[in-house]
Design a protein around this ligand. Structure first.
Ligand code: FA5
Length: 340
């Protein structure tokens, strides 16, 4: 009678061990059979009440069952450990013969990108791309642009003066002068680069910013030519119609002079910090070259005339990418730059 129930319990425990879905189920099968209060223990306790022969026989039966159960448990545990290792190896598989990922590649700064696009555009229109020094002479930055020493226009651009009378150029216009001196007429040139002004920084003003100067000197250049190039430039950058306005602007090196403003693309024209609540952003001052400027660079204004413009490249980048504060652009924060 006891024999039968031991066999039955053993086969039930063996079945539970075999069918355990996880470590917890296996453990509960172990506790049920081999634990302190398990059925093997319960039978052992009963043995005191049996005759010596009965006790011996039952003892053998129980030992046999215990050994088989322990062996089954151990086999199952080994099998589970092997399966877990297998799964981990499959998950952490690494092909050491694959090529290394290599250094992380960066990308161009948004201003550089627009600068290169404009260089490609103007090159295709026959313009040379010129570079000029950031440390300039007073002559190239002011005098040769028809801004005499006592002229109030010098105060319009707060200048960083250097020892010895030179300065950090306040605009890219001195490269016009260098272009005319070096290349003479007819001339088509652009000059992208940095300009520096000692002015207080806000959402649309930096002390260091980018401009792109443009100049064309030829025979009978008109405002119509100027407007054609301005429109071509804006269409290339924005790829769509943007609302612009042209109003008179005063610069001693052009006559007539204009300010070309773009309707603020940050706020859509309703007013924000970038456009100083006006709805318009000053972007592209321009005009026909003042004859004095041509004359000073050795070009006869009776024979030649031209147009010039000074695009605010940093502001153009802000308009194109919807950047609402100029300080982001040179702040060096990768979280900002990685968006482009
Ligand atoms: C000039 O610098 C003239 N040299 C432009 C010019 C060239 C006129 C040729 C006529 C013929 P202005 O100071 O307005 O002009 O600056 C030109 C553009 O540079 C502005 O429209 C603006 O877009 C940008 N700019 C000026 N100051 C800053 C600044 N602090 N931060 C960012 N952008 C600026």
């Amino acid at each position: 009678m006891l024999d039968g129930s031991i066999e039955e319990l053993e086969s039930r425990s063996l079945a539970r061990i075999a069918a355990a879905a996880d470590a917890a189920e296996l453990e509960s099968a172990r506790v049920e059979a081999l634990g302190r209060k398990g059925w093997l223990g319960q039978f052992s306790k009963e043995m005191g009440r049996l005759s010596p022969e009965e006790r011996k026989r039952l003892g053998q039966l129980l030992n046999g069952a215990r050994e088989r159960l322990e062996a089954a448990l151990e086999a199952r545990q080994r099998q589970d450990a092997a399966a877990a290792l297998e799964a981990r190896l499959a998950g952490e598989w690494l092909d050491v013969t694959l090529p290394a990922p290599g250094p992380r590649r960066g990308h161009l700064h948004p201003i550089t990108r627009i600068q290169r696009e404009l260089e490609a555009l103007f090159s295709s229109l026959g313009f040379a791309v010129l570079d000029g020094p950031e440390v300039e002479t007073e002559y190239h930055n002011f005098d040769a642009l028809n801004i005499p020493r006592d002229h109030p226009a010098r105060d319009m651009q707060d200048t960083f003066w250097l020892e010895g009378g030179n300065l950090l150029r306040t605009h890219t216009s001195p490269v016009q002068v260098r272009g005319m001196e070096r290349l003479g007429p007819p001339l088509r040139m652009i000059a992208p680069g940095r300009a520096f002004r000692n002015e207080s920084v806000d959402a649309s003003h930096e002390h260091t910013f980018y401009q792109l100067e443009g100049m064309m000197v030829d025979r009978e250049v008109s405002v119509a030519h100027l407007l054609y190039f301005m429109k071509t430039l804006l269409a290339a950058i924005f790829g769509r119609e943007v609302t612009v306005r042209l109003r008179p602007g005063y610069f001693p090196f052009v006559e007539p002079g204009f300010e070309l403003d773009v309707q603020c693309l940050i706020c859509g024209g309703v007013g924000c910090a970038v456009c100083k609540q006006s709805g318009w952003v000053e972007l592209l001052p321009c005009g026909l070259v003042n004859p004095n400027v041509l004359r000073m660079s050795g070009i006869d204004p009776e024979q030649w005339n031209g147009f010039a413009f000074g695009l605010g490249l940093t502001r153009l980048a802000m308009m194109r990418y919807g950047i609402d504060d100029i300080r982001h652009l040179q702040g060096g924060d990768l979280r900002f730059l990685e968006q482009f």
